[in-house]
Design a protein around this ligand. Sequence first.
Ligand code: AMP
Length: 293
Amino acid sequence: MKVADTGSALREILKNSSAPRVLVPTMGAFHPGHLSLMHRAREIAGPGGSVVVSIFVNPIQFDRAADLAAYPRPMARDLAACEIAGVDVVFAPTAESMYFPDRSVTITENLLSRGLCGAARPGHFDGVCTVVLKLFLLTGCAAAVFGKKDFQQLAVVRRMVRDLNVPVEIVACPTVREADGLAMSSRNTRLTPVQRADAPRIRRALLAAAALDTPAEIIASARAAIDTSPLARIDYLALVDAETLQPVAEIHRPAILATAVFYGEVRLIDHVTIPAGQPPRKGDIGSPLPLGS
Ligand code: AMP
């Protein structure tokens, strides 16, 4: 396994290889969710292809300096995990090598990125799109693997690839969860034991609400089940169309019930997909939910 810490070092490593590359973009602090992406990348690349994992805590996608500073960076452990997962190249650049101090070009997606996490974290998806496109260009990958856990990120990246004719196939992997249902996240390690014990309520609340009939009932039920906890603070809770990510007042097509919840300074996200019922599920929620509500 080779490791590069600048774009030029990466180019040097890749220059004599014509093997198709599959990229797994990450911010490190690996858990089994990341490893599932690496294994999928290994399968797609096959024995003749190469798997490239990027580890980069991208400063321009953080809206809170404290979150960026507190983000875990266990680099030695991450490199060992990549080696075991059969990764060929790790690209772990410094922020200075990724961004010119006077950089002036940013990629902006203007529709799917507006609500949910985009509304709660201004500039976040500009940072994501910009770094993902840079990583695609730097690695010259034919395919890239993303987790469905970050479903809005996945949708925004797919839209960028479609609209800008980026020649990279986007592959999505299911969310890997702890035994108690909590979605695995690098941020989970920052929860106190009491917060960690409470956090599976997010998943339970979404699942129970998703079984209800109308959008109003679904939202109210999920909100109440999370709000019951004195430790949890809802950042947003929204029911959106699975394709457009716009708020829905009726469920005619698959929808996504999505939330972001703060435990202290730690922000966790999760969602469930709600299939459209047959006959269509209906229900008036009064007025459309504002984006990111
Ligand atoms: P991150 O390091 O959090 O930026 O995540 C890197 C990639 O891993 C993204 O594509 C995430 O969607 C994916 N990922 C993070 N957590 C999980 C999980 N629990 N299950 C599956 N994929 C995940």
